[in-house]
Design a protein. Structure first.
Length: 257
C-alpha cells in the first residue's frame, strides 16, 4: 500500500511538472505568435520576434530579437530593433482578464529615423496604428484577430535606456549619423479597472520614441547638411541652398510634434 501511494505521489509530481512545462511553452509560443501575427496587422509593417520566455511562477520574462520593419517606400531595413528586454509580470494575472506588468526594461534599442523632410518612417507607422485602431487610444478593435489580442494590460513601469538613433536623410543622398536616444520612462499605464490594450500601449511607446527621435535627430541633420555643403563647395552646386532647405525641413518636422 505504501509503495502504491509513493508511486502515485511520484506520478502526480511528474504530471504537475509536465503541466507546468506545457503551460510555459504554450505561453511563450502564444506571445511570439501574437506579436508576429497581430503586430503587422496593426502597424502594416513586418514584425519579427526571435524568442520569448516567461516563468508562470516568478512572473519574470525576457524578450529577444524584436524587429519592427519599415513602411513601403523607405530604404532602411528596419525602424526599431531590440536585442533584449526584460519584464516582470504579476504571476496570478496572466490568466485573468487584465495582465498586470510590473516593469518592462528595454535595453539598448536601435531606432532608425529615416526622413525625406516631409515625413518620417516612425510617424508613418504611428499613422498606420491610428488607422487600424480607429484613431484614438480608446478605439475598439474590429478585426477578430485584433479582438483576441485586446486583452487588457496594466504597465506600472516602462523604461527604455541606452538606445541609439540612426538618422538617415534621403534629401542628402541617404547620408546617415548616429546619436544617443534619450532615456524614455513611462509609468502608471493602464491603471484602473479598464486597463489598456496592446495597441494602446504600442501607441504610447511609439509616440514617445518618435518625439525623442525627432528632437535628437534635428542636430544630426544639421551636421549632415553642413558636411554636404562642405563636400559640394566648388562643384557648381548650391550648398547654401541645400543647408537652408534641410534646416527648414527638419524645423517643419519639429513643429508638427
Amino acid at each position: 500500500m505504501k509503495k502504491l501511494l509513493f508511486r502515485l505521489l511520484i506520478a502526480l509530481v511528474v504530471l504537475v511538472i509536465l503541466a507546468v512545462v506545457a503551460v510555459s511553452l504554450f505561453l511563450d509560443g502564444a506571445i511570439r505568435r501574437g506579436v508576429e501575427t497581430v503586430g503587422p496587422m496593426l502597424t502594416k509593417v513586418d514584425v519579427k520576434l526571435a524568442g520569448v520566455s516567461l516563468s508562470i511562477f516568478s512572473g519574470s520574462g525576457k524578450i529577444k530579437g524584436l524587429v519592427v520593419g519599415n513602411p513601403p517606400g523607405y530604404r532602411t531595413p528596419a525602424a526599431i530593433q531590440v536585442g533584449s528586454a526584460s519584464l516582470a509580470v504579476q504571476p496570478g494575472s496572466v490568466f485573468s482578464d487584465k495582465v498586470v506588468i510590473r516593469s518592462i526594461n528595454v535595453q539598448a534599442p536601435e531606432i532608425t529615423f529615416e526622413t525625406d523632410l516631409r515625413g518620417n518612417n516612425l510617424s508613418k507607422i504611428m499613422a498606420n496604428l491610428d488607422e487600424t485602431t480607429g484613431g484614438g487610444t480608446s478605439a475598439k478593435p474590429t478585426d477578430p484577430a485584433q479582438k483576441k489580442a485586446s486583452k487588457k494590460l496594466q504597465v506600472d513601469d516602462f523604461l527604455i535606456s541606452g538606445g541609439k538613433i540612426h538618422v538617415s536623410v534621403t534629401a542628402l543622398g541617404g547620408q546617415s549619423a548616429t546619436v544617443p536616444l534619450p532615456e524614455i520612462h513611462l509609468t502608471g499605464l493602464g491603471q484602473g479597472p479598464d486597463g489598456i490594450t496592446a495597441a494602446e500601449l504600442s501607441k504610447m511607446v511609439l509616440r514617445a520614441i518618435e518625439k525623442e527621435s525627432v528632437q535628437a535627430a534635428s542636430g544630426a541633420v544639421a551636421d549632415l547638411s553642413k558636411q554636404a555643403a562642405n563636400l559640394t563647395k566648388g562643384l557648381g552646386t548650391n550648398p547654401a541652398g541645400t543647408v537652408d532647405s534641410v534646416t527648414r525641413g527638419i524645423g517643419g518636422l519639429l513643429k508638427k510634434k
